[in-house]
Design a protein around this ligand. Sequence first.
Ligand SMILES: [Zn+2]
Ligand SMILES: [Zn+2]
Ligand SMILES: [Zn+2]
Length: 118
Amino acid sequence: MEDAMPKLTPAERKLGLGPCEVCGKEKDHTTDECPYLEIIPKGEEGNVCEMYAVVCKGCGLEGGHPGKSWTGCAVLKYCSRCFVVGDHLYANCPNLEPEKRERLRQIKVKHHRLGINF
Ligand SMILES: [Zn+2]
Ligand SMILES: [Zn+2]
Ligand SMILES: [Zn+2]
């Protein structure tokens, strides 16, 4: 089985990689390996591609908590209500009634204060 695949050094393997769908970097890592999925260094939020949203790692709030200390990570914009990928998060679904959206937000903020991670 293994012989069917040409053996590549890690450097050669990298050269075969296309642009990462999260940060757009080429020849460095696959989309699944993108470091932004774990953590986005401060100031690099703008490098995240349109299909992905910058959210607070603690509570999942899109855009994080400006003015406070928070850690961001990139998540694929996926709405489990519309089954749409790359457009919006469920919490920001335009097809969700505003009251429900607001409630969802408040629950998340509350959990965040209690230190519960999803
Ligand atoms: Zn990447
Ligand atoms: Zn948060
Ligand atoms: Zn939606």
